[in-house]
Ligand binder design. Structure first.
Ligand SMILES: Cc1cc2nc3c(=O)[nH]c(=O)nc-3n(C[C@H](O)[C@H](O)[C@H](O)COP(=O)(O)O)c2cc1C
Length: 188
């Protein structure tokens, strides 16, 4: 059992966060959740309040005394799902001005997996430069770009094609990746 930080921002696509938290929880891991203020509003707007049910701890984004603000607390990694262009920019320049951005900064400095799932379209050059910057700093950028070759039948199955990649890059032992891969080989 490990602990993971899940950061959720005001980008569209809260279902990616809910499914990520659900699969981490089902795999026996603890999720520490940080949601930005716009993130709370967009989650509610998109009907994703079930996210909270899968999280062991919910931290206030303005509370810097939370454990995940310190490199001394052990977390196995962090995912920012979905990641707005605003938060991407703040991580890219290291502002550490809220708990989510600070926790991401801690992951980078401690060389722990940091998965960033940006959601925007189209990208401008600032977005692309910021993705390059966080990648050079050690983050793994996994755009919210689901695949269709496994012929997902529901929105949840479609979303899980992205979630499988997130879990894989967090180093989580699970069968979701295998399930997606099995469908791929069946269709080949
Ligand atoms: C319904 C809704 C959907 C949004 N979707 C996106 C999005 O997909 N990507 C994005 O970068 N910003 C999106 N935004 C704008 C962000 O919420 C806004 O830039 C906010 O300041 C991000 O703050 P945060 O990074 O602290 O969460 C959306 C806003 C609303 C109200």
């Amino acid at each position: 059992m490990s602990r993971y930080v899940l950061g959720v921002t005001g980008a569209s696509g809260g279902i990616y966060a809910t499914r990520t938290a659900m699969h981490l929880h089902r795999c026996g891991h603890d999720v520490t959740l940080i949601v930005t203020h716009p993130g709370k509003q967009v989650l509610e707007y998109e009907g994703q309040n079930a996210l909270y049910d899968y999280c062991k701890d919910v931290c206030n984004v303005d509370e810097f005394f939370a454990e995940c603000a310190s490199g001394s607390a052990h977390y196995a990694g962090m995912a920012v799902v979905p990641c707005s262009m605003g938060t991407l920019g703040r991580i890219a320049v290291g502002t550490s001005d809220n708990l989510l951005v600070r926790a991401a900064d801690v992951c980078l400095k401690e060389r722990r997996p940091l998965v960033i799932v940006p959601r925007e379209m189209p990208y401008n050059l600032i977005h692309i430069e910021n993705m390059k910057r966080v990648t050079l700093a050690g983050a793994i950028v996994i755009p919210a770009s689901p695949q269709f070759y496994s012929k997902p039948a529901t929105i949840e199955e479609l979303v899980d094609t992205v979630v499988a990649k997130i879990l894989k890059h967090l180093g989580v032992e699970q069968s979701l990746v295998a399930q997606v891969a099995r469908v791929w080989s069946k269709n080949a």
